[in-house]
Design a protein around this ligand. Structure first.
Ligand code: ANZ
Ligand code: ZN
Length: 803
């Protein structure tokens, strides 16, 4: 037969598909929307790590197509943001130009994967026809009171010269450039995502997502129940309100800590402490977040003032320390060193008394070596609460505190409103006009998009203003309401803006009247399967869910969760688990591998490297094994396709177990074992064909169809060689018959002392133990004595010798 020639086959079918697409909408098939997280078109191109996600989503898409769905499988570009802008600053080239070059290059590379994208749906977040709707959503949010301005100490990257959302700060450094982040007071646009906190939390239940990701989302929202308790400041009318999740430990509060930024902090200082307190407040304000977070040892200063425990009037010294965050809860806490680790550390360092109030087995510990942090035990040293179960008290204490008029029960969220402005050029202009008479006025919807003007310099000004502020004839405008001289907002939106809703636009990407038409939305949305890296498990997914809920609330779509099912693939790393990157010099480019082994082999190998949800180390050498499998399968089919072989029972068994195994492994997303499964079945078929002088055509055809999502070119070619004129993707996904999967049966007489009592049927290939057990069961009522010997002549006879 002709040897396998991947080059000829792949270019032949690539051309063929272009002329005759295989994913067609006949208006009758149900839709299936399989979405990839769209890439940022960087200048570095794709490496084998990027291929992984695209291959996974393509395999899944083609599988769904074979199951009879019309596929929505689009691709686009998340192209605003810092890298393009930084490149523009360096080279002076307009970001739109470098973006376009990068898009063209990556699109060419993506096509090498043979992914079945519908390029007619393509979107680009920097396209004015697209960002018109990004701005439109902002205007709607503004009108609903969800977008608002606030003077705010924001995270500030001194190197990128821009504000950052909390989410863009990892361990106190800028996610983009690694510089330590400081604080800066700036006027910001904020999105009131906190208004959606409860729904974002509750609706996680609706989703078919990995539990791990749901947990990360719910931790990020961070809903906690507790109480605010008021502590009077001794000798004043002042009260300090603390937030605590453990009001049951109130009797154990031996000191109190305020964040250095707390409004009352400086005022609590006395004559003697004034200097130290002011110094501490100043020092904390100068510390970057890195220092504050990474300080190994707790620091603090005693204010000289005392508060009174509202339950028993005990005097509680008030301290300042930066381990208390200014913008969580009330920015002040009551400290219970016996039952909280951080408080314990602080109290130990500063010699503050420790009072135990929960005793594990009713016994007070003589010398505490560490905090007892569980809420299990009996209350002690707690006045009228003594003897109560602490877990019970924990639930009731907020109510009791409310009844006594010393506080109230509260719910708190870790989730903050979203800082939504950037002082940068390469983003969507925020469509707001500042009018001296009317205040903030949105750009009228019919005037959108508000286009990004050209600038001379892309460099951020570093003053907290975007480069747009320097373009007088853009900034100065007329108020859309009263016509007075007004000024445009010059901040731009963060990169998240476009990616929070792009998936809605694909299905109606040319619509210039609506974000998405009702008709198309009904037909094609929401997303059935979303595939992408786990690094987006929190923010991108949370923002997308928030946007979708908002659009649902204003009637733009009629579903309130965007992604039904989610799959996060692991990363492909270089040797020793190091992330592939240009700077590390460990990038493996797919181009050489495609040239030497073909796209089909690389696709299969991308899956073979390990469980798709886990990280996997790349090793080029492994691709040989996959290539060998493909050539052997090629040989099997081309050598046997024209023999007229009747299917034997064994052939049927191989065919049906193969369908069953592959389908089950695919359904559970165990794609690496699908590949090893193919290898095993291939061996079985080769062995059978050798033994029987061939193999029946339908079994070969079935294997070719099963392989089609994985090796589309190979399958198309072999399908044609098997005598078909339509695409292999016109087939239905093969079904299996569990009857046919069973082993052959044989009839075996069961004897007692050489006399046949009954004839039973057992699997031909069963073990001696299984045969004896079946035989014994069949004559159980006749075995009245002791069996002294059990005989099984395979496939022939069972004999029990009884005394
Ligand atoms: C007393 C107490 C006793 C606490 C105890 C804990 C254990 P969540 O909401 O679950 O994160 N806290 C409150 N506001 C804070 C702030 N701005 N900065 C740092 N810590 C703060 O935890 C809330 C708990 O974290 C609160 O309950 C408070 O300490 C602390 F055995 O109050 B607790
Ligand atoms: Zn006005």
């Amino acid at each position: 037969s002709v040897p396998y020639n991947h080059k000829a086959i792949e270019s032949k079918w690539r051309k063929h598909w272009e002329e005759k697409p295989v994913n067609v909408n006949d208006g009758k098939k149900p839709k299936y929307y399989c979405l990839d997280m769209f890439p940022y078109p960087s200048g570095n191109g794709l490496h084998v790590g990027h291929w992984r996600g695209y291959v996974i989503s393509d395999v899944w898409s083609r599988y769904k197509m074979l199951q009879g769905y019309y596929l929505i499988h689009p691709m686009g570009w998340d192209a605003f943001g810092l890298p393009a802008e930084n490149y523009a600053i360096k080279t002076g080239q307009h970001p739109a130009i470098s973006t376009k070059q990068n898009v063209d290059n990556i699109k060419r590379q993506i096509n090498e994967i043979a992914s079945i994208y519908d390029w007619d749906m393509e979107v680009n977040t920097t396209d004015p026809d697209f960002y018109k709707w990004t701005q439109w959503i902002f205007v709607k949010m503004f009108k609903e009171g969800l977008a608002y301005e606030k003077e705010f100490p924001i995270n500030w990257c001194p190197s990128c010269k821009t504000g950052l959302a909390n989410e863009e700060v990892t361990n106190g450094v800028c996610e983009r450039c690694g510089t330590a982040v400081t604080k800066k007071n700036l006027r910001q646009w904020m999105l009131r995502i906190t208004k959606y906190a409860d729904r974002l939390l509750a609706d996680l239940d609706k989703l078919d997502w990995p539990e791990k990701v749901k947990k990360m989302q719910s931790d990020w929202i961070g809903k906690s129940y507790g109480a605010e308790v008021e502590f009077p400041v001794e000798g004043t009318d002042e009260k300090i309100t603390v937030y605590t999740t453990r009001p049951d430990t109130l009797y154990g509060a031996t000191f109190m800590v305020l964040a250095p930024e707390h409004a009352l902090a400086a005022g609590l200082a006395t004559e003697e402490t004034k200097e130290a307190v002011e110094k501490y407040i100043y020092d904390s304000s100068m510390k970057s977040n890195v220092d504050r977070l990474q300080d190994k040892e707790k620091t603090g200063v005693f204010t000289g003032s005392y508060a009174l425990n509202p339950l028993n009037g005990a005097k509680v010294p008030i301290w300042l320390s930066d381990y208390v965050l200014a913008d969580y809860g009330t920015g002040a806490i009551m400290c219970v060193p016996a039952h909280d680790d951080r408080d314990f550390e602080f109290a130990t360092k500063f010699n503050i008394p420790i009072i135990q109030v929960i005793a594990k087995d009713g016994k007070e510990i003589e010398h505490m070596a560490e905090a007892y942090t569980e809420a299990a035990g009996t209350m002690i040293n707690s006045g009228e609460w003594n003897g109560m179960e602490s877990s019970v008290l924990k639930k009731e204490a907020p109510m009791m505190i409310e009844e006594r008029g010393i506080g109230r029960k509260t719910v708190n969220y870790k989730l903050r409103d979203w800082v939504f402005s950037r002082q940068r050029y390469w983003g969507e202009p925020i469509p707001i006009v500042h009018c001296p008479k009317c205040g903030n006025v949105p750009v009228p919807e019919e005037d959108l998009p508000l286009r990004l003007p050209d600038v001379e310099s892309y460099e951020p000004t570093g003053t907290g203003e975007s480069p747009l502020a320097a373009i007088g004839d853009w900034v100065n405008c007329k108020c859309p309401v009263c016509g007075a001289d007004a000024k445009r907002e010059t901040n731009t939106m963060p990169q998240w803006a476009g990616s929070s809703w792009y998936f809605l636009r694909y299905v109606d990407s040319h619509n210039d009247k609506e974000l998405v038409s009702k008709e198309k939305a009904d037909k094609y949305l929401p997303v059935d399967m979303y595939i992408g890296g786990v690094e987006h498990a929190v923010l991108h997914l949370l923002y997308s869910r928030f946007y979708t809920k908002f659009l649902y609330d204003i009637g733009a779509v009629d579903f309130d969760e965007p992604f039904q099912k989610l799959f996060n693939q692991g990363m492909i790393t270089g040797k020793n688990g190091i992330k592939m990157s240009k700077s590390k010099g460990n990038v493996v480019s797919p181009d050489d591998l495609v040239r030497d082994y073909g796209c089909d082999s690389l696709r299969m190998y991308e899956l073979f490297v390990g469980p798709p949800e886990l990280d996997a180390e790349w090793d080029d050498r492994g691709i040989d094994g996959v290539y060998r499998f493909i050539t052997r399968f090629w040989k099997l089919v081309t050598e046997n396709k024209d023999k007229d072989v009747k299917p034997t029972k064994e052939m049927l068994k191989v065919r049906h177990t193969m369908v069953h195994t592959i389908t089950q492994r695919l359904e559970s997303f165990s794609l690496n074992t699908v590949v090893s499964g193919f290898m095993e079945f291939n061996n079985k078929m080769i062995e059978l064909a050798k033994r029987e002088g061939g193999i029946d055509k339908e079994t070969l055809e079935t294997a070719v169809i099963l392989l089609a999502p994985f090796t589309p070119h190979l399958s198309e070619e072999l399908w044609e060689q098997l005598g078909h004129t339509e695409s292999v993707f016109k087939n239905e996904w093969p079904k299996y018959d569990t009857e046919a999967m069973k082993d052959d049966e044989v009839q075996v007489p069961v004897q007692i002392n050489g006399k046949t009592k009954v004839v039973i049927s057992i699997p031909a290939e069963c073990s001696k133990e299984e045969a004896l057990a079946s035989g014994k069961a069949a004559i159980a009522d006749k075995l009245t004595g002791t069996v002294v010997k059990e005989i099984y002549v395979p496939k022939k006879i069972l004999n029990f010798v009884m005394k």
